[in-house]
Design a protein around this ligand. Structure first.
Ligand SMILES: *Cc1c(COP(=O)(O)O)cnc(C)c1O
Length: 224
């Protein structure tokens, strides 16, 4: 399928899931996950109307930002994969969003290294909602204290939470637990607007639970 067609069908899935959940059809933003696909695929998705792209690996992401520098003012780059402290500087300089912050040290470095001429870097805290030992992210009980600290850093804008629920029978409960955590932080007074939840296989569950941004790769570009 052409990228423009698969993009259209993913957008219809999102809109249908919104309607099924009684939410406005435009309540959920699409982040196109371009990891492992070439810059030419990003260009094709851009031509078909996509404006926000997600990358997992810092080096690969930076290479694509450079390759598509002619479009720089017209699209957003989101880092959705793990970030080591020795790679924060180019990320602070080149990306618009980081979804995978789970330590104060990383957030502090990103804030210090964000260039003053750019708007604040948008941040989501990653939550290990399935509590799998192999996964990165904060345990639910660790989220509120880190959120309060990150919210005070001058060159960051804390936007919300991100998670990768474990597929299977318990998935919907994990999506709902993420939405509850997100609502609890807002109730404590944090001005959050982004629940980054849902991928190709589980975007319907995510939208039903309250996701505001789904990260979709396979359903747009094909298998990696
Ligand atoms: C790869 C990836 C995605 C996209 O997953 P698909 O199943 O290809 O849609 C979303 N989020 C993260 C964090 C990823 O690493």
């Amino acid at each position: 399928m052409a990228i423009s067609d698969s993009l259209k069908s993913v957008k219809s899935r999102i809109a249908a899931a919104c309607v099924a959940a009684g939410r406005p059809p435009d309540a959920v933003q699409l982040l196109v996950v371009s990891k492992t696909f070439p810059g030419s695929a990003v260009r094709e998705a851009f031509a078909a109307g996509a404006r926000a792209f997600g990358e997992n690996y810092v080096q690969e992401g930076l290479a694509k930002v450079g390759e598509l520098i002619d479009l720089r003012g017209q699209l957003e780059w989101h880092l959705i994969g793990p970030l080591q402290s020795n790679k924060t500087r180019p990320v602070a300089e080149q990306f618009d969003w980081v979804h995978s912050v789970d330590r104060l040290k990383i957030a502090e470095r990103l804030s210090e290294q964000r260039p003053p001429e750019l708007p604040p870097l948008n941040i989501c805290l990653q939550v290990n909602i399935s509590a799998e030992a192999s996964k990165s992210g904060l345990l639910p009980g660790e989220v509120a204290p880190l959120a309060a600290q990150v919210a005070t850093l001058p060159r960051l804008r804390l936007r919300g939470l991100m998670a990768i629920p474990e597929p299977g029978p318990g998935a919907l409960a994990q999506h709902r637990a993420m939405a509850a955590l997100f609502e609890a932080l807002k109730a404590e007074g944090l001005a959050l607007d982004t629940l980054s939840l849902g991928m190709s296989a589980d975007l319907e569950d995510a939208v039903a639970a309250g996701s505001t941004l789904v990260r979709v790769g396979t359903a747009i570009f094909g298998a990696r």
